[in-house]
Structures are given as structure tokens and as C-alpha cells.
Design a protein around this ligand. Structure first.
Ligand SMILES: Nc1ncnc2c1ncn2[C@@H]1O[C@H](COP(=O)(O)OP(=O)(O)OP(=O)(O)O)[C@@H](O)[C@H]1O
Ligand SMILES: [Mg+2]
Length: 509
């Protein structure tokens, strides 16, 4: 065993044309440590990961060493993988219409062997073993598209482990934990500790500073592509210190933005059923922000899609202004026409057109209302886009580039921005602050309050108690497909108690 570090980058730079995404970054991941990498949206974290993945070639003069060995000027995906660097990307990179075992197997074959000669029974066994190491019972034959976000992230992590020799290598996690509910997170941290206790290492990117404090041994902060201060020992640091290094300003983690609801008639949802929901009844008032949460499998995260026609309900109606829409027959077009708007969880699947520009994405929802696309006034488009770019501090502040070139958090801001300037009857948001840094989180929560302040009824579906507590007038908690708790202006702990309370009682009893 050598005492060289599992991963060392020296003077790493990466430019995209005139954009310097990384500038002269030094970073060492030690054996047996979880190393945190944090920074504002667009600060270069994913770019660093993509260089480590062999996806982007770094600029000249950058050095990447694995176990002391210099990988040369342009390491390729295969070189990085053979060296033991395994990446879990921000959006997992799973193939939705393939099975768990197939997804876990991808990457361990050369393409020519990706054929009938693969022994699928063996692959299923390999997948089952990896999943059980993560204490998960996901069926290796299940399709990814049928899995919850939490299960998908576990599959992605199992796939990374597949390429790992136990006791070596570095698992790189790019916001891989953000979709995990609290209980799954605890299991995941335990697994990660097992991996590093056995001599493996991890490089973990997260916008959740509480998680960074809890899980990492050391932490490196990026700001505008460069290191902001030296790498720190986590326990000698604090959330406030890290946030200051990231943003250059103090942020209040404790945002409070509730607004008063309007006296107009409430929107009534009756008997809403889907795969997990069983006859949910609820009302939302114009101007109210209603939170929705629960454990995995309780149906809370199905509600945004059933309620907006994005997924067909098996039964249920929504009544707006005396008009009743049957959600078991109405498709998305009808729901949009009735003023039901959705901010989905997955940007890539439903939320954004990656090859269209920022301006086109922001103005898309209202183009339909204004008539055919060729009637869009350039000036109108410009004004709408500028308002969103300024309001949410999208970086770079460019309307004309494809959304796909923005960092993950900035894409999230654009997706939210699509609805900021509009006036839907009901806006349903699923995990609205995912992927954004602590500064942008505050901006987004304030923006949600502002939308409600204009008289829009808002539903926020989230597993983040702090987000719900900050912005919701009322929070509904689901268990087994039904609403079991209604909390008025709750504190984060009240929400945690209501979501997990049932389970704790069972364990204690
Ligand atoms: N393919 C690309 N072409 C041009 N610019 C790019 C490309 N990929 C990234 N960038 C730019 O590089 C910068 C760093 O982006 P990166 O995705 O690394 O940020 P990040 O720290 O991961 O942010 P987030 O927290 O939002 O995910 C951003 O300004 C981004 O717009
Ligand atoms: Mg990123």
C-alpha cells in the first residue's frame, strides 16, 4: 500500500470559450475521508466532476493524479474508471426504460459486448449483491421509470460501487443525495461511512450545508471557479463560515416569507386517486401556500402530477371558480388551459427544453396564450426574460444561450422563472429549491411568497421541512395515500414529527 493520495488535482483549469469555469484548483482527497466540495450555483463543481469523469479535457498544465500516478493531459472516461474514480452525476444518468440490473451493468462492459452474450442472470445477482450492500431491497428487474427518486439514487450509487475495488478508489457524488428522504438518507450515510471505513474515499458535492457538516471530514469551497480559502477540517468550521466563503455574504438560513391568503373561493380537490393516493380531499385558497409532504410511498409526491394533468388520475376532480375538471379524463392541455401550472421535479424529463435558449424557455408558457410563436414580440420576450434573470440572479446573465449550458442550479432558477411572471390559477411546485445554493434558496422562497401575494393558489410538495416551514400557511402530511395531519404555520420539527411520528411510535411500541 502506498501512502499516495487516492486523488490529487493540481492547478486544474477548464475554460469554455471565454468562460473560465475552473481556475487553478488544487484539491487532494485522502484515503478514508469524505471530502466535501461546495460552492454557489455555477461555481464549477460539476465541471470539476466532468473533468474527473474524463468527459471534459482540462486546460493545458492541469495535473490529475490517482494513487500518485499522473493520468496525463487528457484522461478518458475509461482511464478514470480503471483508476477507481466512480461518478454519480447530478441527474443520475440512468436509462429510464431499462432495468435496475441493466443500468448497474452499463459501464462495466465495452460496447461490443453489450449484447446477447451478457449473462443477465449473473448481472442480476451482481446488482442484488450491490443493492444489499446498500441495505436496499430494490428488485434488480424493476424498471428505473417505476422507481421513486430515492430508489433511483440508490441504483446510481450501486452502479458507482460496481466499478470499485473495496478499500480503494474515490466515489464522486454530485448532489446525489438531494432526492433522498430523511430515513433513506440515514441509511445512505451509514453506507458511505462503511465504504470509507474500508479504505475507500468520497468526494461529495451538496448544497445542504447541514449535510456537509454532518457527513464530511474536510471541505473545499469553490467560488467563481477558484478555491475560496484553503481546504478546511469540517469540525473546525461552521455552516456560517462555509456560506460566507461561498457567497461572500451572510445568509439567513431561517427565511420567513408567509403571506396572507385572499378571501376568494378556494380551489377544491375531491377524491383524488392515483397509484398511491386513495381519494385525497383538499382545498387551497388563492394567495395561500399549501405544503404537502410525507414518507416515500405515501402518495404525497404523486399529487403534483395528478393535480395538473401531467399524470392521469384514476379518479378525482378539481373545482376552480365553479368549473369542475375531471382529472381522470383531462389531459395536460386542458389543465394548462384551466390555469393549472406545474414545476416538476425532473428538469430534464418534463421541465426544460435543453437545446432552446434561456429566453425561449422562460417565455414558452405564455407564448401559447399570446398565440402562435411568430407573433412573439422580441421586446416582450426580452422584458419578461430580463425580469426573471434579475429576480433570481441567474448566472451567467445570458438570455441567448441554450439552457443546457447552464449549471444545474441555474437551470432550476430558469424553470421556476417560467412561472414567475405569469398568473396561473394554481401553481404546483415539486421540490422548488432543489439544486440551488443557500443564497438562491432564499430568493426562490421569496419568489413563491410573491406569487401567492398576487392571489395565485400555490402548492409546494417537498421533503424539506425547512422550506415548507418558511413559506407555507398550512402543511398536509400524507400516510398511506391519505391526508393524516393538517398543520397550521408549522415549525420544521412539527413537520418532521408528523411525517415520521407514526414510524417512531411503531418502533418504540
Ligand atoms: N458545456 C458548457 N458550455 C459552456 N459553459 C458551460 C458548460 N458547462 C458549464 N458551463 C459554465 O461553467 C460554469 C460552471 O458550471 P458548473 O455546472 O460546473 O457549476 P456548478 O458549481 O456545478 O453549479 P450548480 O450548483 O448550479 O450545479 C457555469 O458558468 C456554466 O454556465
Ligand atoms: Mg452542478
Amino acid at each position: 500500500m502506498t501512502d499516495a493520495a487516492p486523488l490529487e488535482v493540481v492547478g486544474l483549469s477548464k475554460s469554455f470559450g471565454s468562460v473560465k469555469a475552473l481556475r487553478d484548483v488544487d484539491l487532494t482527497v485522502r484515503r478514508g475521508e469524505v471530502h466535501g466540495l461546495v460552492g454557489q450555483n455555477g461555481s464549477g463543481k460539476s465541471t470539476l466532476v466532468k473533468v474527473l469523469a474524463g468527459y471534459h479535457a482540462p486546460d493545458r498544465g492541469s495535473v490529475i493524479k490517482v494513487e500518485g500516478k499522473d493520468l496525463g493531459a487528457q484522461p478518458k472516461l475509461r482511464h478514470m474508471r480503471e483508476a477507481g474514480i466512480a461518478i454519480v452525476h447530478q441527474d443520475f444518468g440512468l436509462v429510464l426504460n431499462k432495468s435496475v440490473a441493466e443500468n448497474i451493468a452499463v459501464g462495466s462492459f465495452v460496447p461490443a459486448r453489450w449484447s446477447r452474450r451478457v449473462n443477465w442472470r449473473r448481472e442480476e445477482q451482481v446488482a442484488a449483491d450491490l443493492l444489499s450492500r446498500l441495505e436496499s431491497h430494490i428488485d434488480p428487474r424493476a424498471m428505473i421509470e417505476d422507481l421513486s427518486p430515492a430508489d433511483r439514487s440508490i441504483v446510481a450509487i450501486a452502479r458507482a460501487l460496481r466499478n470499485q475495488r473495496p478499500g480503494s478508489g474515490v466515489i464522486v457524488l454530485d448532489e446525489s443525495t438531494r432526492a433522498l428522504p430523511k430515513d433513506a438518507l440515514e441509511d445512505f450515510y451509514r453506507t458511505l461511512r462503511g465504504v470509507v471505513a474500508a479504505g475507500g474515499s468520497a468526494l461529495m458535492i451538496s448544497h445542504n450545508l447541514e449535510e456537509i457538516m454532518q457527513v464530511t471530514d474536510r471541505v473545499t469551497v469553490l467560488r467563481d471557479g477558484a478555491k475560496s480559502g484553503p481546504t478546511m477540517t469540517t469540525r473546525d468550521s461552521s455552516e456560517a463560515e462555509i456560506a460566507l466563503l461561498m457567497l461572500g455574504k451572510i445568509v439567513t438560513q431561517d427565511v420567513h416569507t408567509r403571506v396572507n391568503e385572499s378571501p376568494r373561493a378556494p380551489i377544491q380537490v375531491r377524491g383524488l386517486s392515483g397509484r398511491l393516493l386513495t381519494g385525497a380531499d383538499l382545498t387551497v385558497r388563492p394567495g395561500e401556500v399549501l405544503g404537502v409532504s410525507g414518507v416515500a410511498g405515501s402518495g404525497w409526491d404523486e399529487l403534483p402530477y395528478l393535480l395538473t394533468g401531467a399524470r392521469r388520475a384514476s379518479s378525482g376532480t378539481v373545482e376552480i371558480d365553479g368549473r369542475v375538471i375531471d382529472l381522470s379524463t383531462a389531459g395536460p392541455a386542458r389543465c394548462i388551459a384551466a390555469g393549472l401550472a406545474l414545476l416538476p421535479e425532473h428538469r430534464i424529463d418534463h421541465g426544460l427544453a435543453m437545446t432552446l435558449t434561456v429566453a425561449e424557455n422562460i417565455t414558452l408558457p405564455r407564448v401559447r396564450r399570446r398565440g402562435s410563436p411568430w407573433h412573439i414580440g422580441r421586446r416582450w420576450q426580452r422584458r419578461e426574460t430580463d425580469a426573471v434573470l434579475d429576480g433570481l440572479d441567474v448566472r451567467p446573465r445570458r438570455a441567448d444561450i441554450p439552457v443546457g449550458q447552464l449549471s444545474g442550479g441555474n437551470q432550476q432558477k430558469v424553470m421556476l422563472g417560467k412561472w414567475l411572471e405569469g398568473q396561473p390559477e394554481l401553481l404546483v411546485l415539486h421540490e422548488p429549491t432543489q439544486a440551488v445554493d443557500v443564497g438562491a434558496r432564499e430568493d426562490i422562497l421569496k419568489a413563491i411568497a410573491a406569487i401567492a401575494g398576487r392571489g395565485v393558489a400555490v402548492v409546494v410538495a417537498s421533503i424539506q421541512p425547512a422550506d415548507l416551514a418558511a413559506v407555507c400557511n398550512r402543511v398536509l402530511i400524507f400516510h398511506s395515500g391519505r391526508v393524516t395531519h393538517e398543520l397550521f404555520a408549522p415549525a420544521p420539527d412539527d413537520i418532521v414529527d408528523a411525517v415520521y411520528g407514526g414510524h417512531l411510535e411503531l418502533q418504540e411500541g
